[in-house]
Design a protein around this ligand. Structure first.
Ligand SMILES: [Mn+2]
Length: 331
């Protein structure tokens, strides 16, 4: 396993999806004891770990990237890749196969998903290209002494398979291009770690998401040993259709799910648009995405050493500028 090299007595503040909420981020860092010094935030004893999805939706994406980039390059922070960074990368990377265009087709849906990032960088194209090159070097997962981080999910056998080939948790150009083949290890790893696990709805059903998009699949939990029904495994704010909620999962369905067992190290993820008061999602898993960009909370977890996760270690700030689910300012 490729692990981060750490000094003893170092504490970590793991931070959920920022999505351009720069003001909330600086408020949270101040609250955690970081101070602005020589162009970025740092703490005398602690390091920050960002769970990805720094970009899209929010009002200050450029400022967010500038700050996190500085913190990472000074050794004051780590960041793992989120699905939103990945979308931005692919939208701007041409396929190696001639005539295939960009890795992420430049259609209306894909452009609208990254609209805020495109708009805010409209006059800073060189800077955007620089950040995209940086995204292409970021890790998909990190393993520290006492905990693990990934944007949406951890799958140990798949990670080991990947490390057998690449010896590094970072993506690179080759991984990116190979991940376009849906049967590749690269695709399975990138997709699972940045988007989590999901399941196709039965009966060709679809769900109208709160973001207005129609989806034929739904996000699933990855820490249940032996789930019984569709309703037990769903893990997203948009509910299942009533007639599907209590339906039994087939053995085939169950085999497609990932099981992160209670004996594995504590794991931190973002990604899932949680709401309400920050809490653990299982004994050894915490999700730190509390929908900051939709008027929720920007959440951190203070990791101070080995041991059980505890709710007292969550720290958050309320996000003041409220956006509706189309990214428009409500107040
Ligand atoms: Mn995400």
């Amino acid at each position: 396993m490729v692990a981060v090299v750490e000094k003893a007595s170092m504490g970590y503040d793991i931070i959920g999806d920022v999505h351009g909420c720069y003001d909330a981020l600086t408020e949270l860092l101040e609250k955690l004891g970081y101070r602005f010094q020589q162009g970025s935030y740092r703490h005398p004893q602690r390091k920050a770990v960002f769970l990805g999805d720094l970009v899209d939706r929010g009002p200050k994406i450029r400022e967010t990237l500038q700050l996190v980039y500085k913190m990472v390059s000074r050794g004051d922070a780590w960041v793992v890749l989120g699905n939103h960074e990945l979308n931005v990368i692919k939208f701007h990377t041409e396929s190696r196969e001639s005539g295939k265009g960009y890795l992420r087709e430049r259609n209306q849906r894909h452009a609208s998903q990254i609209k805020e990032t495109l708009d805010q960088f409209a006059d800073y194209q060189d800077e955007l290209a620089y950040f995209i090159d940086w995204f292409k070097t970021l890790p998909l997962f990190l393993s520290f002494n006492d905990f693990r981080v990934a944007h949406a999910c951890w799958d140990q056998p798949l990670i080991e398979e990947y490390l057998g080939q690449y010896q590094s948790p970072q993506i690179n150009e080759d991984v990116l291009h190979r991940s376009m083949d849906l049967s590749s290890t690269e695709f399975r790893l990138v997709n699972r770690l940045t988007r989590g696990t999901s399941m196709l709805l039965p009966d060709n059903a679809s769900i109208q998401g709160s973001d207005g998009l129609q989806r034929r699949n739904f996000r699933t939990k990855f820490w249940l040993k032996n789930p019984g029904t569709y309703g037990e495994v769903i893990f997203q704010p948009d509910p299942l259709p009533h007639r599907i909620h209590d339906r039994r999962l087939s053995d085939e369905d169950r085999q497609r799910l990932v099981y992160y067992s209670e004996s594995e190290p504590p794991l931190f993820v973002g990604h899932y648009w949680r709401q309400g008061t920050p809490d653990l999602i299982s004994q050894n898993i915490a999700c730190l995405d509390y929908s900051a960009v939709y008027g929720g909370k920007l959440v951190a977890y203070q990791m101070n050493g080995p041991g059980q996760l505890a709710v007292e270690n969550f720290v958050h700030v309320e996000q003041h500028s409220k956006l509706d689910n189309k990214g428009n300012l409500i107040e």
